[in-house]
Design a protein around this ligand. Structure first.
Ligand SMILES: CC(C)(COP(=O)(O)OP(=O)(O)OC[C@H]1O[C@@H](n2cnc3c(N)ncnc32)[C@H](O)[C@@H]1OP(=O)(O)O)[C@@H](O)C(=O)NCCC(=O)NCCS
Length: 343
């Protein structure tokens, strides 16, 4: 008797982004307000980071709420029913509960039925990681449509007295619907990690350490010690400038696309000077529009690429159907780059 064979799942030949949407919190924090917390200057922040203002979420603008708002726009643009979504991936490092994942609540609120829903922790590479997973799921037959969300409330993890990070981070959400396509719409995702640099951007202490210390000082249940993000800015800066241009080039090569064929360059909005250094290293022609959303949005980690993508499409800087090079990089260290067709 021949061995029974499992029938494999089969999916679409290609996938692409069908819709993108963002949510920006209402409250704008200009540099002038940051100067109330740290010894700095508007000029220093603008010239060293490119940031003029950032948005910080209010109490009602939760990780779930911002995600639902952003996803609603992406779903509308894709023209699908939420019930058709077969996977919800939420990239975030600032959902403050270890479990359950925030993705299940978001899926339920959007009406995605029983779609598998999970969070991923890949910091500023989170959207690219999510896109890589979504592309694989769709082409392997795991889902027809996948919702990828990058969302952060980094204000919750910001130490307002730390002058090396207090001006950088912002809050927001960006979402994309990825679905089947007749033509290739997502190039090979070049992704990776370097755990030897795990400490260069990280939470100051693990939750259990913080709670144990607080308990030791103030008795059980003390809630005053709140871990924040710490970053070795220069180390991250050098790594991003030297290593990430190579990764971006690999994504171009893997997709068979040259820099002059791009309709947009949408790097993670980490620092305007990192963006400028990558443009040089990639020899990007002046004709290619570059995302510079960091100026008004700050660094929103996993949310920064879809937010910047939405802004470029809305402002007409980039057009639907254009090819865009995206690249995310951050705490881990982790990175992900790909060439995609804009929705
Ligand atoms: C954070 C960052 C903007 C700092 O810029 P930098 O040029 O590296 O600044 P440095 O830390 O070398 O400090 C340079 C000087 O500015 C001072 N400085 C640091 N923070 C300052 C602040 N907020 N305001 C004013 N001066 C400041 C330092 O004390 C130092 O002074 P000194 O030369 O007299 O010693 C930059 O390192 C960066 O953007 N790194 C990458 C960040 C990033 O991308 N993070 C997210 C990854 S996802």
């Amino acid at each position: 008797m021949s061995k029974p064979q499992i029938r494999p799942a089969t999916g679409a030949q290609f996938s692409r982004i069908l819709g993108v949407g963002g949510y920006r919190p209402v409250r704008v924090i200009p540099n002038a307000e940051v100067l109330e917390w740290i010894d700095s200057s508007d000029e220093w922040i603008r010239t060293r980071s490119g940031i003029a203002e950032r948005r910080w979420a209010g109490p009602e603008e939760t990780v779930a709420e911002m995600s639902v708002q952003a996803a609603g726009k992406a779903i509308a643009q894709a023209g699908i029913d939420p019930a058709q979504i077969g996977g919800v991936i939420v990239a975030t490092v600032s959902h403050l509960k270890q479990t359950p994942a925030i993705a299940t609540e978001i899926a339920q609120r959007l009406g995605c039925g029983t779609a598998p829903a999970f969070d991923i922790s890949a910091a500023c590479a989170g959207f690219g990681y999510g896109l890589g997973l979504a592309d694989g799921m769709i082409r392997a037959g795991g889902a027809e449509y996948v919702l990828v969300i990058g969302v952060e409330r980094l204000s919750d993890l910001t130490d307002q007295s730390d002058r090396s990070t207090a001006f950088i981070f912002g809050d927001g959400a960006g979402a994309a619907i990825v679905g089947p396509s007749d033509t290739p719409g997502i190039g090979k995702v070049i992704w990776g990690s370097d755990g030897s640099q795990k400490d260069v951007i990280s939470q100051t202490q693990a939750w259990d350490t913080a709670f144990a210390k607080a308990d030791a000082v103030n008795g059980p249940g003390d809630e005053t010690k709140w871990p924040a993000l710490r970053m070795e800015g220069q180390t991250v800066f050098r790594w991003a400038v030297w290593e990430m241009a190579k990764v971006a080039q690999q994504a171009l090569d893997a997709a068979g696309i040259t820099a002059d064929q791009l309709g947009a360059f949408i790097p993670h909005q980490a620092n305007m000077r990192i963006t400028d250094a990558m443009i040089k290293a990639l020899k990007l022609p002046d004709s290619v529009p570059v995302a510079r959303d960091i100026s008004e949005t700050g660094n929103t980690s996993a949310a920064s690429i879809p937010l910047a993508m939405e802004r470029m499409l809305e402002s007409g800087e980039a057009r639907s159907g254009d090819l865009a090079l995206i690249i995310g990089f951050g705490a881990g260290l982790v990175y992900a780059a790909a060439v995609v067709t804009l929705p």
